[in-house]
Ligand binder design. Structure first.
Ligand code: FAD
Length: 385
């Protein structure tokens, strides 16, 4: 189906990012997989290229665009090439909206130029060992010092993407205890300097997929965080999360759709080249039907993603619609990638084939950013259930 969602600027950006991926990522990607993340300097290179600054206002060194579609273009091109930019999608797709919406002028001046250049890499820490889906159950605390100059942060977070290389982490924590009437109250966001005494990066977690994304445990022991590093208002973090999670979910939906589309392309190439029983795998009716089904599902997911991208750029994407996009596209991707792997036979199980990496990388899409079950809960609520 013809796509109308991207304009000339998006397509010009696509051409640049595609060349960049081919020349500066694909050749060194196996080394990143070995290391478990890109080298720190690669993020400065992305900064130089302008990838981090697209949606940052010009006064802070960015390009001042108002379109999440550039981020979607990056996801699509990365999926096509079977690579990633490490954990840096969190920096732009997740952290930036919080800094832009809730940062004050002084904070923006202090953080955004470094954010754009890749000098200050950010991550966001919500999940704790004891709580993920139920964010109101967080136990990490931040107590204001008696003289009111700083918070004292204590607690632990886990599964934090970009946690090893981050320079600032948006830590969601309790600045007041929950009440019976309002479990969600009392949460705040501190933008914590990872060099602060008492801040510790624990294990870099070994994952099934996403081998170049540094996912870490973090712990905080009496970390002094200046009051100037409180983002937005104290106690309002839950409403900030509710406001920003739809973009995170849209980003995951786009990534899942792009991975499914890439899987079909990998399978199409493979089945035409592999010969079995004296004929290309593509010659079997089963292969044709499977790929026809896959392509149909991919285009349905594309239609959902495109509609959601338009709605988001227009400021109209609801929480329920973002949840539907994530639920649908991640389910499609799981089915499609599995079928495309099957068409590769045993080679599909070998990590040197991009379909095997896609299979492993895609699985988490139904878990992070809110699980599929949580997406169903949100959608059901919108139905009045
Ligand atoms: C690779 C990776 C990267 C991540 N990156 C980050 C990050 O950068 N920052 C961050 O803060 N977090 C991150 N996460 C955490 C992620 O968002 C959580 O893992 C996710 O929200 C689920 O929480 P949980 O793991 O605690 O599962 P749980 O909440 O313990 O869920 C366990 C099971 O219970 C089900 N369940 C939960 N609630 C309901 C319900 N109401 N109805 C029915 N079933 C339910 C779930 O669907 C799931 O099947 C990451 C996770 C992974 C795996």
């Amino acid at each position: 189906m013809r796509r109308t969602v991207f304009n000339e600027d998006h397509e010009a950006y696509r051409a640049t990012i595609r060349d960049f991926i081919q020349s500066e990522v694909v050749p060194v990607y196996p080394q990143w997989e070995e290391l478990g993340h890109p080298p720190r300097d690669f993020y400065r290179r992305l900064g130089e290229l302008g990838v981090f600054g697209i949606e940052v206002p010009e006064e802070y060194g960015g390009a001042g665009e108002h379109s999440f579609k550039f981020s979607a273009v990056t996801s699509e091109e990365l999926a096509k090439a079977g690579v990633s930019f490490g954990g840096s999608s969190v920096h732009t797709a997740l952290c930036l909206p919080y800094l832009l919406a809730y940062g004050n002028d002084e904070q923006k001046k202090r953080w955004l130029p470094g954010f754009v250049s890749g000098e200050i890499m950010t991550a966001i820490a919500m999940t704790e060992p004891g709580t993920g889906s139920d964010l109101a159950g967080m136990k990490t605390t931040a107590k204001l010092s008696p003289d009111g100059t700083h918070y004292v942060l204590n607690g632990a977070k886990t599964f934090i993407t970009g946690g090893v290389l981050a320079d600032r982490v948006l830590v969601v924590c309790r600045t007041a205890a929950p009440t019976k009437e309002d479990r969600r109250g009392g949460l705040s966001i501190l933008v914590v300097d990872t060099k602060s005494p008492g801040y510790q990066v624990g294990r870099k977690l070994e994952k099934l997929g996403l081998r170049t994304s540094d996912t870490a445990e973090l712990s905080f022991t009496d970390v002094k965080v200046p009051v100037e590093d409180l983002l937005g208002e104290e106690g309002r973090a839950f409403s900030y999360l509710t406001h920003n999670l739809p973009q995170e979910r849209l980003g995951i939906a786009v990534g899942a759709y792009a991975q499914a589309a890439a899987a079909v392309q990998f399978a199409l190439a493979y089945v035409q080249e592999r010969t079995v029983f004296g004929q290309p795998v593509a010659g079997f009716q089963n292969t044709k039907f499977v790929l026809a089904d896959c392509q149909t599902e991919v285009e349905a997911a594309q239609a959902v993603v495109d509609r959601a991208l338009d709605a988001h750029d227009a400021g109209e994407l609801s929480a329920a619609d973002a949840a539907k996009a994530k639920l649908f596209c991640t389910d499609v991707a799981s089915r499609v990638i599995d079928k495309c792997l099957q068409l590769h036979g045993g080679y599909g199980y070998m990590l040197e084939y991009p379909i095997a990496r896609l299979y492993a990388d895609n699985r988490v899409n139904r878990i992070y950013g809110g699980t599929s079950e949580v997406m169903r809960t949100i959608i059901a609520k919108s139905l009045g259930l």
